[in-house]
Design a protein around this ligand. Structure first.
Ligand SMILES: *Cc1c(COP(=O)(O)O)cnc(C)c1O
Length: 356
């Protein structure tokens, strides 16, 4: 028996999807592979409200984050950060030798359009990175509003880490002017880890042609060349792509995209109501995530003990807090294919353990 995952990635994977992984291997230069690729493409575009190409990366999300900044910045990048993953994107940018500044806000507090406008008005930047759903703090950033500011400047690309939000909450890539929207499939997609996806705009592809290539594996121009043939540049994680196809069929044709988002909205609401009753919620109100809840540990419980009991006696796992807020918070994910009875069951179990 495995531990049921209420963690914000990796998430619980339906057994039907695990079975897809054992589909007999096909060759990535065979027509069958291009058919598989072509099956997936329009569904990913539908999910992301985009007509732009959506590339597949055989890497975790971090690879796609590297790709964004190594291809998308000619002058200087502005990394917006109000949590751990956004701060990490700044480190990733710098480590790749890309010139970058960090606009840092307290964890769980919003970065406002004005703050971004002030920075961009200097004319120093040609790309902005932002995390849509900050998994460390359980906060959803208003990327639509920030995007309006970014897009009011010519030639500033808007690069979004939507790792723990994509397939759980609506992102209108084209309407919101997002040049790259990336995610790993082990979070709200509810798939086994090993693959990332990212929409790529024409502006970004043009930029990729202009920058001095810093990477071969994550080179967008090369990836694009093969995308046009319905192939990937190098041998991809074919089993994961089979599973992705099945899950996209499920999301688009069976559950429904809007219905999936509505379910995430409802389930996060249930966890947040519970958190307000017994604890508190870490990020500022109005910005609570729809895919996970970062609970503020106002009762001073031992999060490690709680998770130990959940794992040992209930084969269920939640997450402790992230980094600096490790024991002061804990995180409950409602990502992927979790149902209302499952979430209610988890909360009842936690109440039982804690005697609430
Ligand atoms: C999980 C996560 C990442 C890192 O993803 P990997 O797939 O482990 O590389 C980056 N950003 C956010 C917001 C995440 O939740």
């Amino acid at each position: 028996m495995h531990d049921k995952l209420f963690t914000p990635g990796p998430t619980e994977v339906r057994s039907e999807l695990l079975q897809e992984l054992s589909t007999p291997q096909i060759h990535h230069r065979a027509e069958e592979f291009s058919d598989l690729y072509d099956d997936i493409q329009p569904k990913l575009q539908k999910l992301l409200y985009t007509e732009k190409p959506v590339f597949l990366f055989t890497s975790s999300s971090t690879g796609a984050m590297e790709s964004a900044v190594t291809n998308g910045v000619k002058k200087k990048c502005l990394n917006l950060a109000n949590g751990a993953f956004a701060e990490r994107w700044h480190k990733i940018t710098v480590k790749n030798g890309v010139s970058a500044d960090l606009l840092k806000q307290d964890w769980g507090k919003p970065i406002t359009p004005d703050m971004v406008d002030e920075k961009l008005a200097t004319g120093n930047y040609d790309a902005v990175t932002m995390v849509f759903n900050e998994t460390s703090t359980g906060m959803m950033n208003p990327i639509k509003e920030i995007g309006e500011v970014v897009n009011s400047y010519d030639d500033v690309l808007f690069l979004i880490d939507a790792v723990s939000g994509m397939a759980g909450a609506k992102i209108e890539v084209d309407n919101w002017g997002i040049d790259m929207c990336l995610a790993g499939v082990q979070k709200a997609f509810g798939l086994p880890s090993g693959l990332a996806v990212a929409s790529v705009s024409d502006r970004l592809l043009e930029r990729a042609e202009e920058v001095e290539p810093r990477s071969y594996y994550f080179n967008l121009s090369l990836l694009h060349k093969y995308h046009k043939r319905s192939q990937t540049r190098t041998t991809p994680a074919i089993p994961q792509i089979f599973a992705l196809r099945r899950q996209l069929e499920h999301i688009v044709e069976e559950e429904g995209i809007e219905e999936r988002f509505a379910r995430h909205d409802k389930l996060s609401g249930i966890v947040q109501d519970w958190a307000k009753e017994y604890f508190d919620i870490f990020p500022e109100e109005g910005y609570w995530s729809k895919t996970l809840t970062c609970v503020e540990n106002t009762r001073g419980i031992s999060v490690a003990e709680l998770n130990k009991t959940l794992i040992e006696e209930h084969s269920t796992r939640i997450s402790n807090g992230y980094g600096d807020i490790g024991e002061d918070t804990f995180r409950i994910s409602n990502m992927a294919d979790i149902t209302e009875p499952e979430i209610r069951g988890l909360l009842a179990t936690i109440n039982d353990i804690l005697g609430l």
